[in-house]
Design a protein around this ligand. Structure first.
Ligand code: PGA
Length: 251
């Protein structure tokens, strides 16, 4: 399966900063062997067009939005539609990132609506799932993954999802904390995610990439990407600097 290495820039970078990082990244990646890899950058909305321009003509690189609203247009102040993201140059969108779930209070049902709507409107979707520390300590990993994947992927079971949907498993306790999940924890969660995908997404479930995210750095990326059922990495903090992210993308 193709490996996807994705950068989530969150609420960082002005347009100028984003354009410069994107150019530096494209130049750094030109020197690496990226066969069988896809590299994605999720910048803030304001910088999507600038990053897309910097990546023009480079097939291995693509751009995505960090969020979208499940409507084509309308009275939804502060929101953005999949069509607007595509118009700006995005081909992907993140749904269900833990900061949207836990800081902005997005429910499983809302995440599911966004996922279905974005797919139906021509975007590829990276659906993020993962348990909090309390949930993990209480032994609720299976229940949380089953609920998050079942609500968003279950309704899409009749659709062709391969090549259009990726899952990012991000334990909430590992995001931005410097605490990367250990190999055993990643193996367990990814195997469980794979099993749930084959249950919810039918035949395509075995063909959907599952990325790991949460404190990925240049020095743990090789170990993580080598684990069973780890088909890519979603990188926050370590993706903000072009050289550091290029190093991760090239491991
Ligand atoms: P982090 O963020 O790499 O800074 O932990 C990952 C993410 O939130 O996607």
């Amino acid at each position: 399966m193709q490996k996807i290495i994705a950068a989530n820039w969150k609420m960082h970078k002005t347009r100028g900063e984003a354009a410069q990082t994107a150019k530096d990244l494209a130049a750094a990646l030109a020197e690496k062997n990226l066969e069988g890899r896809q590299v994605l950058v999720f910048p803030p909305f304001t910088a999507i067009a600038d990053v897309a321009a910097a990546f023009a003509g480079k097939e291995v690189l693509a751009v995505g939005g960090q969020n979208c609203y499940p409507a084509e247009q309308g009275a939804y102040t502060g929101e953005i539609s999949p069509g607007m993201l595509r118009d700006a140059g995005a081909s992907w969108v993140l749904t269900g990132h833990s900061e949207r779930r836990h800081v902005l209070g997005e429910s499983d049902a809302f995440v599911a609506d966004k996922t279905a709507f974005a797919l139906a409107h021509g975007l590829k979707v990276m659906l993020c799932v993962g348990e909090t520390l309390d949930e993990r300590v209480a032994g609720r990993l299976h229940e949380v993954l089953s609920r998050q994947l079942g609500s968003a992927v279950g309704p899409l079971a009749q659709e062709r999802l391969a090549g259009r949907l990726a899952i990012a498993y991000e334990p909430v306790w590992a995001i931005g904390t410097g605490k990367v999940a250990g190999p055993e924890e990643v193996l367990e969660a990814h195997a469980e995610t794979r099993r749930l995908l084959t249950e919810f997404a039918g035949a395509d479930g075995s063909r959907l990439p599952i990325l790991y995210g949460g404190s990925v750095k240049a020095d743990n990326a090789r170990m993580l990407i080598g684990l069973d059922n780890v088909d890519g990495l979603l990188v926050g903090g370590a993706s903000l600097e072009a050289q550091s992210f290029a190093q991760i993308a090239g491991v």
